[in-house]
Write a protein that binds this ligand. Structure first.
Ligand SMILES: [Zn+2]
Length: 268
């Protein structure tokens, strides 16, 4: 920091890269340092995880751990932004292709690819040393697992899902907001359907809601919980409708997870 308080190149490695972002007052040089020290787990690098990982890597978030046991397929390419035709042709593991692309985008980002599906056995090892968990999955079994872990360990997580031209997003902050299981009835039935993938999805709602997820992640990494969205946000990009549901008002004292602290998804 210079005498006049302006950030200098010493504050952040390769400071110039983030100049436009640091001009935004809530980031600044101090915030950029926090982002450089930020540690995030992204569960699933499909459509949502791809976009979120790219945005966070470009923003200068220092450490991104990616978990996914899938390989790139041609049918992924319309919405999974980190992958190219060659990745699909070679059927590369998604975390491997994603890590290579993210390192191209920002060599300062430490990316740790883990070619595993998140489950009750590995979640502690993969999530204990991060500040928040980002949902890039397509299934509720994994989301309930993340939700249980989040409530038990008081770790914020960001939920998102997309189907058709619709998308939803919510930040769950243990002790402040409802948890996923408190608001499950508010989610579209098709989104909760285990066969969600058969309903189809466009890339636009995925990209849109991933941007909201990444923005909320940045707020958390900056320590700005006061600015975090208190809503379950629902977007319909086809009809241009936006709905918001206040999460604080939907806390359920009877909730088995955040009310009674029973963490069945963390059990074998
Ligand atoms: Zn709950």
């Amino acid at each position: 920091m210079s005498e006049d308080g302006a950030p200098t190149a010493d504050d952040v490695p390769n400071f110039e890269r983030y100049a436009r972002q640091m001009v935004f007052a809530p980031v600044g040089a101090a915030g950029q340092k926090k982002l450089a020290a930020g540690r995030v787990l992204i569960v699933g690098v499909g459509g949502l995880g791809s976009w979120v990982a790219e945005l966070l890597a470009r923003a200068g978030v220092g450490f991104l751990r990616l978990t996914d046991d899938d390989r790139v397929d041609e049918v992924n390419l319309h919405r999974q932004a980190l992958y190219a035709q060659a990745d699909a042709d070679a059927r590369r593991p998604k975390v491997q292709a994603a890590a290579a692309r993210l390192r191209q985008l920002n060599s300062q980002a430490a990316v740790e690819p883990i070619a595993q599906r998140l489950d009750h056995r590995n979640i502690a090892a993969l999530a204990d040393d991060v500040q928040l968990i980002i949902d890039g999955t397509d299934n509720f079994a994994t989301r309930f697992l993340i939700n249980d872990y989040s409530v038990k360990m008081a770790r914020p997580w960001i939920f998102a899902g997309a189907v058709g031209a619709e998308a939803q997003m919510a930040v769950f902050v243990p002790g402040q907001t409802a948890c996923l299981r408190c608001v499950l009835d508010e989610l579209p039935p098709v989104c909760r359907d285990p066969n969600c993938r058969t309903a189809g999805v466009l890339s636009m709602p995925v990209a849109a809601i991933a941007a909201f997820e990444a923005m909320e992640a940045i707020k958390i990494l900056l320590g700005r919980l006061d600015a975090v969205s208190p809503y379950l946000l629902k977007l319909d990009l086809w009809s241009n409708q936006v709905q918001r549901l206040n999460l604080a008002r939907h806390r359920n004292a009877q909730c088995e997870c955040c009310g009674q602290r029973q963490f069945e998804y963390l059990q074998p």
